[in-house]
Design a protein around this ligand. Structure first.
Ligand code: NAD
Length: 290
């Protein structure tokens, strides 16, 4: 398949490399001048999109996605698929999809979970919003770049699924870290706490698969000095998108809002920037109620 790939950063670079490895004809573009081995290098986003059957974007935010969409939609051939894998606000995803459909294209929003490791290993999970026609064309590409693709409904629903998931993740990680810090102060051994909670009703992915306490549970960023993994600033971004969506939809999300405040303070005022999002545990450890 002839594929244009725009945004070759931490995630987009390895995703594009996997498509090249699978034998697809990939033309890449990134404003930072990054290239991917085996992919042709375009001089602009429009050039990467010209003549492609599928154009994949993997960009930092909705504002940049909108700017890139304005540039590439007129350059894309009718019937081609505009496949955005970035994490962006639901409104940008829906607007860009409408703009693409008006120009005779298929549009899919397909944000991912699985991080850089998943992008490199081709084991991402895709959460997809958009039309069946586009999905039929792009399906083989999801199989190369990922291990699971869930169709969540019409345009924007992929982004909706992603931010709801990450709102749960952020709030759950915070309360798991709080509970470890409380257990410490109550004299409860961390291993005992893990053994109980991981097999009781307090269990979660944060506790069982990504335990924030070093030396406890399976290997996680806590065992590597909280090097990300999933950086606190990416969690902050996703919690911000969740609150923007909640405001637009008039949804009451008090824990999501509090999780956003805590990650904002952690990243912007404390030492959270550049650390894994589970480094909330040492943050709570060092604090009292005051
Ligand atoms: P990144 O900053 O490493 O990559 C983004 C790339 O886009 C950069 O290389 C940048 O130069 C390029 N870019 C910016 N503006 C551009 C433009 N106008 N035209 C072409 N290229 C442009 O970020 P990333 O970690 O690869 O994340 C990409 C997206 O995936 C984000 O939306 C992020 O939220 C999401 N995501 C990231 C992770 C993760 O663990 N890194 C996990 C899940 C989802």
């Amino acid at each position: 398949m002839k594929i244009g790939f725009i945004g070759l950063g931490n995630m987009g670079g390895p995703m594009a490399a996997n498509l090249v490895k699978a034998g697809h004809d990939v033309t890449g573009f990134d404003v930072a001048g990054v290239t991917v081995k085996g992919a042709a290098a375009a001089h602009s986003a429009a050039e990467a999109a010209t003549g492609a059957e599928v154009v994949i974007t993997m960009l930092p935010n909705g504002k940049i996605l909108r700017a890139v969409a304005d540039e590439i939609i007129p350059a894309m051939q009718k019937g081609a698929v505009f496949l955005d894998c970035s994490t962006v606000d639901v409104e940008s995803a829906r607007d860009v999809a409408a703009q693409a459909q008006k120009a005779g294209l298929s549009a899919l929003d397909a944000p991912v979970s699985g991080g850089i490791g998943g992008a490199e290993g081709g084991t991402l999970t895709f959460m997809i919003g958009g039309d069946e026609a586009g999905l039929d064309i792009a399906a083989p590409l999801f199989e190369i770049m990922g291990q699971k693709a869930v169709h969540c409904g019409p345009s924007g629903n992929g982004q909706a699924a992603k931010i709801c998931n990450n709102m749960i993740l952020g709030a759950t990680m915070i309360v798991t870290c709080e509970a470890f810090a409380l257990a410490d102060k109550l004299g409860l051994d961390r291993q005992a706490m893990f053994d109980v909670v991981s097999t009781s009703s307090g269990y979660s992915w944060s506790m069982n698969a990504y335990c924030p306490a070093p030396g406890i549970g399976p290997k996680s960023p806590a065992d590597n000095d909280y090097k990300p993994g999933f950086a606190a600033e990416l969690m902050l971004k996703d919690l911000g998108l969740a609150q923007t969506a909640a405001e637009t939809a008039d949804a009451d999300t008090p824990l999501g809002a509090r999780a956003l405040e805590l990650y904002r303070a952690f990243v912007e005022k404390e030492d959270g920037k550049g650390r894994d999002f589970s480094a909330m545990l040492p943050r709570f450890e060092g604090r009292g109620r005051g």
